[in-house]
Design a protein. Structure first.
Length: 146
């Protein structure tokens, strides 16, 4: 996590594209607020941890969402929902795809276009958070996360 840059750094071992440096995920204002609240309650170096010493398991977010939403869901389904929202809201294709850590374009394009489009993706993530947090019934409250 880089609080100064307001990004989560996805480690290279979790990258889908095999690159050897962290993938920067821009954080919306709402997510930063939630993470700061959760961090106050954490017992160690990890924000999402049971004991503060080890990170949560890979399945924990899906299980939490399944319980919170009271319906079956998958992380892939959540990503698909985001991508549908991007298409329905005229979000630039490259910014939408890069937000999902997907590559875009031909091999030639990829050789020349090396930016992760962080600033464009920051706008997309803020718009997405605004859409999710706009309606009171869609909000996930701090009490639900702790």
């Amino acid at each position: 996590m880089s609080w100064k840059e307001k990004v989560w750094l996805c480690p290279p071992s979790r990258r889908k594209d095999g690159k050897e440096f962290p993938f920067r995920v821009p954080l919306s204002q709402q997510v930063i607020s939630l993470l700061k609240e959760i961090r106050k309650e954490s017992k160690g170096e990890f924000i999402f941890s049971v004991d503060g010493k080890t990170p949560i398991r890979r399945e924990t977010p899906r299980k939490f969402l399944r319980t919170a939403l009271n319906q079956a869901c998958t992380m892939h389904g959540m990503r698909s929902t985001f991508r549908d929202w991007c298409a329905e809201n005229d979000i630039d294709n490259e910014a939408a795809e890069k937000s999902l850590m997907h590559t875009t374009g031909t091999q030639t394009t990829l050789a020349y276009q090396r930016s992760d489009l962080l600033d464009r993706r920051r706008v997309v993530m803020q718009l997405w958070a605004d859409a999710l947090f706009d309606d009171e019934k869609n909000k996930i409250h701090k009490a639900d996360l702790l």
